[in-house]
Design a binder for this molecule. Structure first.
Ligand SMILES: O=C(O)CCC(=O)C(=O)O
Ligand SMILES: [Fe+2]
Length: 262
């Protein structure tokens, strides 16, 4: 985990001339590096740079990944994939489903690795590192460093998520809320800006994201009954991500899930 964070830091601390070959807003590129994916739709700019790659399915070619961190990205993603499959078993069982059900529904088929860098901010009280949002995936495996600043919204209060060395944070995403018909609820979170930075984090989003894939996801039939009718209409992962990314983070305080609510 330390090596992964070191790799992310190495990427972001390279010369601008090296980094700019990855700079793009075209999300079909194997590596996308920019500041604020939602620059043109969000209300405020966040104090953060990010590069990301879709690591599964169809991982990028080794030569497309940044040389300063490609080995550790591939290595780390294998470990996260194993952990993700284990989590899917536990989540299936928690829902009273067969252990393989969520995996068989391909909830663990794709993942996106987002590598964030939050530079030290001279006036942290005037900025946010990441605005309030819930992740637009099934779930996220998040690695943060020792700087802190991650908060979750619990009963209308922002609670600090402690940065325990060696710990990973697992966030439930909107798509798991949708297919579980609200049995799981996606967690709203944000990251404060800080003056002690840089802060580095790696968010692994379990989702095929913008990849074209006709599979429709809706509330799982086995979870429904007369007393628990479906709360959401079906959607592809891609359509959900297009809608959610198109709005940007924290555009009006509401969740993009509302758009899919019946
Ligand atoms: O940097 C973090 O700790 C969180 C990042 C995050 O929320 C995200 O990538 O969705
Ligand atoms: Fe997030």
């Amino acid at each position: 985990m330390e090596e992964m964070k070191d790799g992310v830091r190495r990427f972001h601390e390279q010369d601008v001339e090296v980094k700019k070959q990855y700079y793009t807003r075209d999300f079909t590129k194997p590596v996308v590096y920019n500041s604020n994916f939602d620059l043109y739709t969000s209300l405020a700019v966040n104090w953060r740079d990010t590069f990301f790659s879709r690591m599964a399915p169809d991982p990028p070619k080794m030569e497309d990944l940044p040389p300063v961190c490609r080995d550790i990205m591939v290595n780390y993603s294998k470990q996260v994939m194993n952990l993700g499959n284990l989590l899917l078993e536990l989540l299936s069982q928690a829902l009273g489903l067969k252990p393989d059900q969520l995996k068989d529904m391909d909830c663990g088929r794709g993942f996106l690795m987002l590598c964030h860098y939050y530079p030290g901010c001279p006036k942290p009280e005037l900025a946010l590192g990441t605005s309030k949002h819930a992740d637009n995936d099934f779930f996220t495996v998040l690695l943060q460093d020792h700087i802190g600043g991650l908060q979750v919204l619990h009963e209308d209060k922002w609670i600090d998520v402690p940065c325990s060395p060696g710990a990973l944070v697992i966030n439930i995403g909107d798509l798991l809320q949708l297919i579980s018909n609200d049995a799981f609820v996606s967690v709203e979170h944000r990251v404060l800006a800080n003056s002690d930075g840089p802060r580095v984090s790696v968010a692994c989003f379990f989702s095929t994201s913008l990849k074209s894939d006709p599979v429709l996801y809706g509330p799982i039939k086995e979870l429904l009954s007369e007393g628990n009718p479906p709360k959401y209409r079906e959607t592809t992962v891609r359509d959900y991500v297009i809608y959610s990314n198109g709005r940007g983070l924290d555009v009006d305080g509401t969740s993009p899930l509302l758009h899919f609510r019946l």
